[in-house]
Ligand binder design. Structure first.
Ligand SMILES: *Cc1c(COP(=O)(O)O)cnc(C)c1O
Length: 368
């Protein structure tokens, strides 16, 4: 099977972990601090707070920006569960709006519509997701958010190193959150990061992830244990050095695959929009004519680990049913959920494997 993702752990990560294990400081220590500094510098943001995973990073961002009980938070239903579950964990209510056909990302017009309709001004924030590694239309999002006075959180769990008009993911909004899970563009096994341009919310975040402690055993916030460890930071620091190389390889693999797939009638390859650098966390095609499930089954039977991200949009998930707006018709999200397939392009793949993926796709589409 050619897997959809594969962590690339080299001798550098192994040596770094061994050093931590030998040091005696294995929980949160100096390497977590260094990982925060280096990740913030890489992303071009002043403040970074490391967290246990990408999900609690979003929860931490919401809390630190003052979003909680009684507030509404606009987001996309076409994302991983954690984007919206963290809104609920923060005590707020998700408001799902539709996506763009072109890039699968949240639609700025739909965000504006939701804010216009929100006469009681309950909505306090928008969480955008840079899905599959291509950033949202951030100029449009920020303009609308500033006009309505709502905060913007970038869920950049799939966008380490992605660029929009010269700015990296996590740099533009009020907060940017990242995941270092094993399948992401860089990993520390589990792990997360929250970025803030402003000092204030970063200070709150640092306290929130450590039981809300402002001084030893003095708890000013109802915080959590959302800390990460020096073991994970050691892996993350090595992965960060390799990130640009990984992303370059993903882009090369994607371009090669797009070339091989051109002319497959029922398939639309992903588009990179002008002014954006797509880092292809996923290479996601659209399959027309109701052939998605057929192609998926065929690819899996040919040993290609193709997958669907995501088959059920969140507004259709029973756990979100009680939130207003979850009964809304969101046609672009619903058709994307029926049409997408992600094909492997991770940096561990050889050209011959990309060729094999394209051949398997063509074997199916050629019969159509
Ligand atoms: C992976 C992911 C998360 C959650 O990150 P974890 O580290 O797994 O908790 C959140 N949002 C998106 C879009 C993701 O892809």
């Amino acid at each position: 099977m050619i897997p959809i993702s594969k962590p690339l752990i080299g001798k550098e990560e192994k040596a770094a972990v061994r050093k931590v294990l030998d040091s005696g400081i294995i929980a949160s220590g100096p390497l977590v601090k260094e990982f925060e500094r280096r990740f913030a510098a890489y992303q071009g943001v002043k403040n970074a707070v490391a967290a246990a995973n990408g999900t609690c990073a979003i929860h931490t961002a919401l809390y630190s920006l003052g979003i909680g009980q009684g507030d509404g938070v606009i987001t996309t239903p076409f994302t991983f569960f954690a984007t919206a579950s963290s809104i609920v964990h923060a005590g707020a209510a998700p408001v799902f709006v539709d996506i763009e056909k072109e890039d699968f990302n949240i639609s700025p017009e739909a965000v504006e519509d939701a804010l216009k309709k929100d006469k009681k001004r309950k909505i306090k924030a928008v969480i955008v997701v840079h899905l599959y590694g291509q950033m949202c239309d951030m100029d449009a999002i920020m303009k609308i958010a500033r006009r309505y006075g709502v905060k913007v959180i970038e869920d950049a769990a799939q966008a380490h190193g992605a660029v929009y008009k010269g700015k990296k993911a996590g740099q533009i909004g009020d907060a940017g959150t990242f995941s270092m899970y094993a399948t992401k563009n860089m990993t520390s096994a589990e792990g997360g990061m929250v970025l803030f341009n402003k000092e204030g919310p970063a200070k709150t975040a640092r306290v929130f992830i450590n039981h809300g402690m402002t001084a030893a055993y003095h708890h000013a916030h109802m915080g959590y244990n959302y800390r990460t460890t020096d073991i994970e930071a050691a892996i993350g620091l090595e992965q960060l050095k390799k990130l640009d190389g990984f992303n370059k390889k993903r882009r090369e693999n994607s371009a090669f695959l797009t070339g091989l797939l051109s002319g497959c009638g029922i398939i639309e390859s992903p588009k990179e929009i002008n002014g954006r650098t797509h880092i292809f966390h996923q290479y996601t095609i659209r399959v027309k004519n109701g052939e998605r499930d057929g192609l998926l089954k065929h690819l899996n039977s040919e040993g290609i680990g193709a997958k669907v991200f995501y088959p059920v949009p969140l507004h259709k998930q029973p756990v979100f049913r009680k939130f207003p707006g979850s009964s809304a018709k969101l046609p672009e999200s619903e058709s994307a959920a029926k049409e997408v397939i992600s094909l492997p392009v991770h940096p561990g793949l050889k050209k011959s494997e990309i060729q094999k993926i394209a051949d398997a796709v063509k074997k199916y589409t050629g019969r159509r």
